[in-house]
Ligand binder design. Sequence first.
Ligand code: T3D
Length: 267
Amino acid sequence: MPTTARRFESIGYVVHEGVAEITLDRPKVLNAFTRPMARELQQAIRDAADDPAVRAVLLTGAGRAFCAGQDLAEAAPQDAPAPPIEDIVRETYNPTVLAIRAIEKPVIAAVNGVAAGAGANLALACDIILAAERATFIQAFAKIGLIPDTGGTWTLPRLIGIHRAAALMMLGDRLTATDAQAMGIVWRVYPDAQLLESARELARHLAKEPTRAFGLTKRALNASANNTLEAQLELEAQLQAEAGATHDFTEGVQAFLQKRAPAFQGR
Ligand code: T3D
């Protein structure tokens, strides 16, 4: 199967076997976010959304870290006035989180090392989080007098409860991958050397599944945060109508009745 790649400065973007693999690639500063890197990541997610050959997305980091959050040299330059902090949040993090939640394809985070500040909350925005044994998650904002952003105050209390979220956010403790798994943040933990191949395997598996239904599942999960049960039940009925009209539904049922493996096409 052909591999396509797009050139960016601060991220890698490769499409292979239905998977867009995006690599945060500023390893000297632990893949810390600059505005240009965020713009590239947002473009890469748009590319993945628009490309029918892409049916799953994998997000990881180059080198020993996943992402150390905001590049503090950019946020607080020594030789120039600091840019308005809220502009950084609005331009760098908010659109990135919304893009990850909006793309109707599964997004897997392969957290290969430390995920700090916005880097930790970027991982939380993804659909499935895999982690290397060496990975750690740090709500590092407390250490520098900021509040958690990148959607962390929305996702983390929903995942682990408001009190555990508050403790992590106020103490800034390092959470190990196994503790994050025990709390329900991480789906699976792998030995360091096996993480990337395991994540690729999972992404390739998802890319062959009924990915249109996964997109609709994601839409339902996104909406569940604000819906009443009644509204959510009605949304499920509407989305089920869309799923029921797909090739993949017909194929899935036929394959079951004919006792063969289904060949899903994501449509
Ligand atoms: O504008 C705004 O700020 C609003 C947006 C906020 C969003 C946020 O993400 S705020 C939180 C920002 N992130 C942090 O505060 C984390 C800072 N980094 C660390 O605490 C540590 O680096 C880690 C715990 C992540 C890892 O520690 P360690 O000991 O494994 O690595 P290190 O030696 O600290 O870092 C290695 C290099 O990366 C080092 O550079 P050097 O000395 O080799 O030239 C270090 O300065 C650089 N680096 C790490 N994190 C950042 C960074 N450079 C710039 N910005 C970073 N965030």
